[in-house]
Design a protein around this ligand. Structure first.
Ligand code: THU
Length: 135
């Protein structure tokens, strides 16, 4: 994945589900994977990483975004979020992650939520975070 062909939404879904397999979610048992395509067409994935000190846990989206930034990416074309306790449930990003996505979004950015049965629901970030804060 991530090389040799143009990425499509299914590649992102596959990568998000693969990362979700590695979620470290022993406290909530709610496993989340996220994968994004950046402005250069590169794919980055992340999962939630919980901690015994609960507030130190990190979300899947934040970790995918951090990987993009560390690699020199600058904006998100598409970000997929796949979460749920056991099977996939529609996992809408938490408030903090909406703000983090917004930081690297453009008007074209799509936030894609995986739903049960392999369906998706896509939103522009404006719809998830209206009247967002900008400096
Ligand atoms: N979580 C995410 O990774 N992303 C979200 O958008 C919602 C919540 C994680 C945080 C925590 O590890 C678990 O899901 C339950 O809240």
């Amino acid at each position: 994945l991530g090389q040799g062909h143009d990425m499509d939404e299914q590649d992102l879904i596959d990568a998000a589900l693969a990362a979700r397999q590695n979620a470290y979610a022993k406290y909530s048992n709610y496993r989340v994977g996220s994968a994004l395509l950046d402005d250069r067409g590169k794919l980055f994935a992340g999962c939630n990483v919980e901690n015994a000190a609960y507030p130190e846990g990190t979300c899947a989206e934040a970790n995918a975004i951090a990987a993009m930034i560390a690699d020199g990416g600058s904006s998100i074309q598409t970000i997929v979020i796949a979460g749920g306790h056991d099977d996939i449930e529609e996992c809408t990003p938490c408030g903090g992650c909406r703000q983090k996505i917004n930081e690297f979004a453009t008007p074209e950015t799509r936030v894609v939520l995986l739903r049960p049965g392999g369906h998706t629901h896509s939103f522009p970030i404006d719809e998830l975070l209206p009247r967002s804060f900008h400096l």
